[in-house]
Design a binder for this molecule. Structure first.
Ligand code: FAD
Length: 241
């Protein structure tokens, strides 16, 4: 099963107020410094709603968030790093030995005895080959036999605009269960740090009709309700669902 862990390590101090002051400075004779000191949560909320609603999204780029994502598969990190407006640092299979067989068991496989047996045998064989190869060839070459399921850790820094985009795509039921779980955990932590910036963040069904057309799952998430792990660990929505 999954050992997925998400921890918000650091973020811009006062993220809501920084972005609100930056937004307000576009329309004011005062600079963001003065506006920041005079901004209340209520005013920040009004300002952020207004500019974000107008599509003036660059103002939320002033807030940055750094997460540690641990115990996830290389399948997940391959999907994650497709999000380009970010900084990443991933555990290296060139420098870190992978002799210990640590891998992610997708729930669809874990729940089916025959699939589970085939999967476990494939993992055992992969690691057996890895350990054998690592005795004579560099780790960077031995790793070629390791599977997508191999566990890894990654540190990711994104600004609030890119996080909004990530949450729209990856909290949706169309995203795979593992990255969906990661995205919801990140959203939950981001909301605690910046409740105004992330108030409406999440899948598109939080904000209106589903844009997925034939791929729509027809089961919109409820805004403000964090789905349970069981609810998240289900297959992605397909056109026939
Ligand atoms: C359900 C789902 C299924 C997917 N299936 C596949 C698949 O089968 N095959 C596949 O290859 N990928 C797939 N992807 C990945 C997807 O195509 C994107 O690569 C990924 O979601 C990153 O999003 P992005 O490109 O919008 O933006 P990011 O890289 O996060 O960038 C954010 C935004 O910045 C702008 N931007 C960034 N770079 C550029 C640029 N070079 N030029 C212009 N604008 C830019 C765009 O507006 C972009 O939306 C899938 C994603 C999802 C959510």
């Amino acid at each position: 099963m999954s050992d997925l862990k998400v921890r918000l390590l650091n973020h811009t101090k006062n993220p809501d107020r920084i972005c609100a002051a930056a937004a307000q400075s576009c329309y004011s004779e005062q600079g963001a410094g003065e506006l920041f000191d005079g901004t209340t949560d209520e005013r920040a909320k009004k300002m952020i709603k207004k500019v974000v609603g107008m599509g003036h999204l660059s103002v939320v780029e002033h807030a940055h968030f750094t997460f540690s994502v641990e115990g996830v598969s290389r399948s997940l990190t391959h999907q994650l790093v497709r999000h380009r407006i970010a900084s990443y640092s991933q555990q290296s299979q060139r420098y870190v030995g992978m002799s210990k067989a640590e891998y992610v068991f997708p729930p669809s496989i874990a729940g089916d005895p025959e699939a589970r047996k085939a999967f476990s045998e494939a993992m055992d064989n992969a690691w057996k080959a890895y350990r054998l190869l690592a005795k004579t060839v560099p780790k960077e070459d031995a790793r070629y036999v390791l599977p997508n399921a191999c566990q890894t850790n990654i540190t990711v820094t994104m600004n609030a605009r890119e996080l909004w985009h990530l949450f729209s795509l990856r909290c949706c039921r169309r995203a795979q269960w593992e990255i969906r779980m990661m995205a919801w955990k990140m959203l939950s932590e981001a909301k605690e740090a910046a409740p105004i910036l992330f108030e409406d963040a999440g899948p598109p069904c939080f904000r209106g009709p589903c844009p997925e057309g034939d791929y729509s799952c027809g089961k919109p998430y409820k805004k403000g309700v964090l789905p349970s792990e069981e609810e998240l660990m289900v297959e992605s929505a397909k056109p026939t669902d």
